[in-house]
Design a protein around this ligand. Structure first.
Ligand SMILES: Nc1ncnc2c1ncn2[C@@H]1O[C@H](COP(=O)(O)OP(=O)(O)O)[C@@H](O)[C@H]1O
Ligand SMILES: [Mg+2]
Length: 346
C-alpha cells in the first residue's frame, strides 16, 4: 500500500498582472488583469512506506508548491493527492499528527524561548505520551548533538544549530512521513553532513518515510536512492539515481598516474579531460570492455603507477537530463517566471 499517491496533480496561482510604464501602478489597479501561472502540471507518482525520495528541480520548478499540497497547506487546482489514506487539505489536523514538516526558510520554533520550551509546547499540541516524548527527545538530542542548545533562546542560535533543532522538533511526535523543503539551504558543509547523517539514521531506525526537496544534489545522493525530477511544473524523471546514472552517465572518468610523464597521448576510445603531466584523466565509455581496452592500450606503451575511476557525478547526469529536454532547459537560477502564464482578463 502506498503511503502517498499523487495523480495528475496541478496547481495554478493567480496573480494580478502588473502594467509597466506611465501610471503603471494606477492602471494595474483598474484593469484587473490577472495571470494564471501553472506551478505544478499533471504530476503523478506514488511512494511506499519507508522510502527516502528526493524531489528535485531548479528554482521555480514547483517543488515547494508540491510539498505544500502534500502537507495540506495548499489545495490542488487539478488532480488528486492522498497521504496516509486521506486528502491532506481536508484533514489537516488528523494529518498533522502523522506527518512532520521542516521548511528551510521558515522556523517552527519560538524565537524568544529556549528551544526546550518549543519542544514542550509541541508535546502538548501533539499530545505525545511523556515516555515517548522523552525517548524521542533524547534520541534526537544525541544524534543531532543538541546538548546545551536546548537551553538557548532560538534567536541566539546559528542557522545550522537552529535547523538541527527544527529537525528534532518535527520528529518528536514520531511522524510516519517527514517532509523537508530545502533543509540544508545556507548551511556549511559540516552542518549539512550532520543533517544528512541524521536523516539517514531516522529513515533506517524509525522507518520514517522521507520526502526531501533540495537543489543541493549532494543531499540527494547521500539520503535518497530514488529521485523525482521536475522542471517547470512537470515531471521529467522518476526512478533510482543509479539507473539515471546508468542511462545518462554513459562515460566514466579514468585517472592514470604514470611513472614518468609520457607526453601527449591520444587513444581512439578515450577523450583526454585533463593533463597534468604524470597524471592524466580520460573520459571512457562505461562498459568494462572499453575501460579495459583503454587501460591495456595505455599500459602497453607507458609504465603506469596507479589508476583510479570516478563514476559520473550526479550534477553532470542531471545536466544531461535537462539538456535532453531541448528548449525547456532552465536558463539560469532565476527561471523565466511567467513563460507559461496565460493572460486572463476578468
Ligand atoms: N504564492 C504564489 N503566487 C504566485 N506564484 C507563485 C506563488 N508561489 C510560487 N509561485 C510560482 O510558482 C512557481 C513554482 O514555485 P515553487 O513551488 O516555489 O518552486 P520551487 O520550490 O521549485 O523553487 C514559480 O514560478 C513561482 O514563482
Ligand atoms: Mg522552493
Amino acid at each position: 500500500m502506498s503511503i502517498i499517491t499523487v495523480s495528475h496533480l496541478g496547481k495554478d496561482y493567480r496573480q494580478i498582472r502588473r502594467i509597466d510604464g506611465r501610471f503603471g501602478a494606477v492602471r494595474t489597479l483598474f484593469t484587473r488583469q490577472s495571470m494564471t501561472r501553472t506551478a505544478v502540471d499533471d504530476i503523478s507518482f506514488s511512494i511506499e512506506p519507508g522510502e527516502a525520495v528526493g524531489y528535485i528541480g531548479p528554482n521555480g520548478a514547483g517543488k515547494s508548491t508540491t510539498i505544500k499540497m502534500l502537507t495540506g497547506i495548499l489545495v490542488p487546482t487539478r488532480g488528486a493527492v492522498e497521504v496516509l489514506g486521506v486528502e491532506p487539505h481536508r484533514h489537516r489536523r488528523r494529518n498533522a499528527s502523522r506527518i512532520g514538516v521542516v521548511f528551510g526558510q521558515r522556523s517552527q520554533l519560538w524565537w524568544d524561548l529556549p528551544v526546550i520550551e518549543s519542544f514542550e509546547l509541541h508535546r502538548h499540541v501533539y499530545d505525545i505520551p511523556p515516555e515517548r516524548y522523552r525517548a524521542m527527545r533524547d534520541r534526537c538530542t544525541e544524534l543531532l548533538g543538541l546538548g546545551d542548545l536546548l537551553q538557548s533562546p532560538v534567536r541566539q542560535l546559528s542557522l545550522g544549530q537552529r535547523m538541527r533543532c527544527e529537525l528534532a522538533m518535527a520528529l518528536l511526535h514520531q511522524p510516519e512521513i517527514l517532509f523537508l523543503d530545502e533543509p540544508t539551504i545556507g548551511l556549511d558543509i559540516e552542518a549539512k553532513d550532520r543533517i544528512r547523517d541524521f536523516l539517514r539514521t531516522v529513515n533506517r531506525e524509525q522507518g520514517t518515510t522521507i520526502i526531501l526537496t533540495t537543489h543541493d544534489l549532494a543531499d540527494i545522493e547521500e539520503i535518497c536512492p530514488r529521485i523525482i525530477v521536475i522542471n517547470r511544473g512537470g515531471l521529467i524523471y522518476d526512478g533510482a539515481i543509479q539507473s539515471l546514472k546508468a542511462q545518462l552517465g554513459s562515460q566514466r572518468q579514468v585517472t592514470i598516474d604514470f611513472e614518468d610523464d609520457p607526453g601527449p597521448i591520444t587513444i581512439s576510445q578515450a577523450t583526454l579531460l585533463s593533463d597534468q603531466g604524470r597524471r592524466k584523466t580520460f573520459a571512457v565509455e562505461r562498459s568494462v570492455e572499453s575501460t579495459l581496452a583503454v587501460l591495456s592500450s595505455i599500459a602497453s606503451s607507458h609504465p603506469v603507477q596507479d589508476v583510479s575511476f570516478a563514476e559520473p557525478a550526479i550534477e553532470d547526469v542531471i545536466r544531461t537530463l535537462y539538456a535532453g529536454l531541448g528548449k525547456a532547459v532552465p536558463e539560469s537560477d532565476e527561471l523565466d517566471r511567467w513563460s507559461r502564464g496565460r493572460v486572463v482578463t476578468q
